[in-house]
Write a protein that binds this ligand. Structure first.
Ligand code: FAD
Length: 474
C-alpha cells in the first residue's frame, strides 16, 4: 500500500501495548493505523509469556507424574516426547493468536500495515513505501534479548527467547546464561522435561526479589537437579564438538562447563534501532525512549509504552501504559503512571509473586519503623493436603499497619497476590485483610493469617490477659 495516510493515531508495534492502544482507540472512534513488522502479538504471544508458560505447564505435568508416589499412586518415569511438547506450545499460541490477528484488528476498523516503521519527521513515519501522518504516535516496539559481549559467543549457535521454543528435540545439557525470571523459568521447564540444566548468573539468582523468598525457589531448583551457579564471570565461550564449552571464573578459580545447548537470557534491550527517532526529535538512551509521567517523549506528539519505554518490562505494564496513553490522547486527561503497586510473578514452581516494597526497600525508606510479618505455607491445611508446603508469605507494613509490600513464594503464588496489590495500591491497613472471611481450606487463607499475625503481640499481651480476667469476673 503506497501513498500517504492521514490518521489520528499511528501505533508502531503490534505487541501487548500497541494492540491494546489500537483496539481501544479504534473502538472509541479515532482513525487508527497499526504498523507491525513481525508477528502480530509481539513477544508475549510468540516468544515470551505464552510459550514459556505453556512449556512450564508441560514440565509441570511431567513433574506431577514423577511426584505421584507421595499420593499413593505409582506411574514411574514419564516418557517425554519433545516434539509433542513443541506441538503443545505452538498449539497454545495458535489458540490465542486470533485475538491478536490482522483480521481481528482490521475488523475493529484499524488500518494494519505489515512492515517496519521509521520516522521521517516529527509528524510522519514511513513503512514499506507508505507514509503515515498522524496527530499522535505511540511507539510500542518492545525489547529483544540482550546479548552480552562475551568473547567467543559469536562462534557458537545459541538460543534466545525467539528461538528456544522452536526446539523439537529436548536438549541433553542446557546451559543458561542469566538467572533472572526468564532464565529460571526456562531452566526448570527443561529440567522437568528431562534435560540436564546449568544456570550461570553473574550476581544473584532472581536477585530482584526478596532473598528470603527467592531462597525457597533456589532450594527447589537445586533439589530438582538444576546446577545453580551465582557470583561468577563468564570469561569465554567456544564450540565443543556439537555443543558448547563455557569458561567461567568463580572466586578466582577457572572452570570449564560443557553442554549441548546454550540459552542466553541475560537481560533485555529496548527496540529503538531502525526507528530513526532522531528525525522525530525523540530522545532515547540504552534503556529505551525517555518519557515523562504521562508517557510523552521529548516530542509531545510521540508517546512510548511497554518495554521500549524503559520501566518495568511486563505485559501488564504495557497494557497499563496503553490505558494511560488512551486517556491522554483521546480524552486530553493528564493521566500519569503510578508505579507504587506494580505486581510481578516468576512462574517457577513454587512461584514468586511480589508487589510494593521489599523489607530492604522499606527499611531504607523508613529506617526501623516497619513491621515484617511472615506466615509459612506448611501451616496451611490445603498446602498440606496437596503436598505443596514449600514457601511463605512475607508482608511489610509501616508502624501504623499500612501495607507497604508483600512477597509470596508458593505454588500458584501469582493467584494469591491480588488482595495485596489492592492493599498496597489503596494504601490499606493490614486490618482490612485480617478481618476478611477466607474460605477454608484454601491457600488464600495465608493472606488472612499473615495479616492477623500483626495483632498477635498486642492480643496475647499481659495487658489483654488482665483485661479479660477482669471482665470474666462479672
Ligand atoms: C521468555 C519471556 C517470558 C516472559 N514472560 C512474561 C510473563 O509471564 N508475564 C509478563 O507480564 N511479561 C512477560 N514477559 C515480558 C513481556 O513479553 C513483555 O513485557 C511484553 O511483550 C512487552 O510488550 P510490548 O508491547 O512493549 O512489546 P512486544 O510485545 O514485544 O511488541 C513489540 C512489537 O513491535 C514490533 N516492532 C519492533 N520494531 C518495529 C518497527 N520498527 N516497526 C514495526 N514494528 C516493530 C515487534 O515486531 C513486536 O511485535 C516475558 C518475556 C519473555 C522474553
Amino acid at each position: 500500500m503506497a501513498g500517504t495516510i492521514e490518521t489520528d493515531i499511528c501505533v508502531i508495534g503490534g505487541g501487548s501495548g500497541g494492540l491494546t492502544v489500537a483496539a481501544g482507540a479504534s473502538q472509541m472512534g479515532a482513525r487508527t493505523v497499526l504498523i507491525e513488522k513481525g508477528k502480530m502479538g509481539g513477544d508475549c504471544l510468540n516468544y515470551g509469556c505464552v510459550p514459556s508458560k505453556a512449556l512450564l505447564a508441560a514440565g509441570h505435568a511431567a513433574h506431577a507424574i514423577r511426584g505421584s508416589g507421595s499420593f499413593g499412586i505409582s506411574a514411574g518415569e514419564p516418557k517425554v516426547d519433545f516434539r509433542g511438547v513443541h506441538n503443545h506450545v505452538q498449539g497454545v499460541i495458535a489458540a490465542i493468536a486470533p485475538n491478536d490477528s490482522v483480521e481481528r484488528f482490521t475488523g475493529l476498523g484499524v488500518t494494519v500495515l505489515q512492515a517496519a516503521a521509521r520516522f521521517t519527521g516529527p509528524g510522519e513515519v514511513e513503512a514499506d513505501g507508505t507514509r503515515v501522518r498522524a496527530k499522535y504516535f505511540v511507539v510500542a516496539t518492545g525489547s529483544s534479548a540482550g546479548v552480552p559481549p562475551i568473547p567467543g559467543l559469536d562462534t557458537v549457535p545459541y538460543l534466545i527467547n525467539e528461538t528456544v521454543f522452536d526446539l523439537t528435540e529436548g536438549p541433553e545439557h542446557l546451559i543458561v546464561i542469566g538467572g533472572g525470571p526468564i532464565g529460571c523459568e526456562l531452566a526448570q521447564a527443561h529440567r522437568r522435561l528431562g534435560a540436564k540444566v546449568t544456570v550461570l548468573e553473574m550476581f544473584s539468582i532472581l536477585g530482584k526479589d526478596d532473598p528470603e523468598v527467592t531462597e525457597v525457589v533456589k532450594r527447589r531448583l537445586r533439589r530438582e537437579g538444576i546446577g545453580l551457579r551465582e557470583g561468577l564471570k563468564v570469561k569465554s565461550i567456544a564450540p565443543d564438538g556439537a555443543g558448547v564449552a563455557v569458561e567461567i571464573e568463580q572466586d578466582g578459580v577457572a572452570e570449564r562447563i560443557t553442554g549441548s545447548h546454550l540459552l542466553v537470557a541475560a537481560g533485555r534491550s529496548a527496540n529503538v534501532d531502525g526507528l530513526n527517532l532522531e528525525a522525530a526529535g525523540v530522545t532515547y538512551s540504552k534503556k529505551g525512549i525517555e518519557v515523562d509521567a504521562r508517557l510523552r517523549s521529548s516530542n509531545k506528539r510521540v508517546y512510548a509504552i511497554g518495554d521500549v519505554a524503559g520501566s518495568y518490562q511486563f505485559t501488564h505494564i504495557a497494557n497499563y501504559h496503553a490505558g494511560i496513553v488512551i486517556r491522554n490522547v483521546l480524552f486530553w486527561l493528564p493521566a500519569k503512571v503510578d508505579y507504587r503497586a506494580v505486581p510481578w510473578v516468576t512462574y517457577t514452581d513454587p512461584e514468586i509473586a511480589h508487589v510494593g516494597q521489599t523489607e530492604a526497600q522499606a527499611t531504607q525508606a523508613l529506617g526501623g519503623d516497619i513491621r515484617v510479618l511472615r506466615f509459612a505455607l506448611h501451616e496451611n491445611d490445603r498446602a498440606q493436603a496437596e503436598r505443596e508446603t514449600d514457601g511463605l508469605i512475607k508482608v511489610v507494613t509501616d508502624k501504623r499497619g499500612r501495607v507497604l509490600g508483600a512477597s509470596i513464594a508458593a505454588a500458584r503464588a501469582g493467584e494469591l497476590l491480588l488482595p495485596w496489590v489492592v492493599a498496597v495500591g489503596q494504601r490499606q491497613k493490614i486490618g482490612t485483610l485480617a478481618s476478611l472471611i477466607a474460605p477454608y481450606p484454601t491457600l488464600s487463607e495465608i493472606s488472612k493469617r499473615v495479616a492477623g499475625s500483626y495483632y498477635i503481640p498486642s492480643l496475647f499481651s499481659e495487658k489483654t490477659r488482665k483485661v479479660v480476667r477482669f471482665l470474666m469476673k462479672f
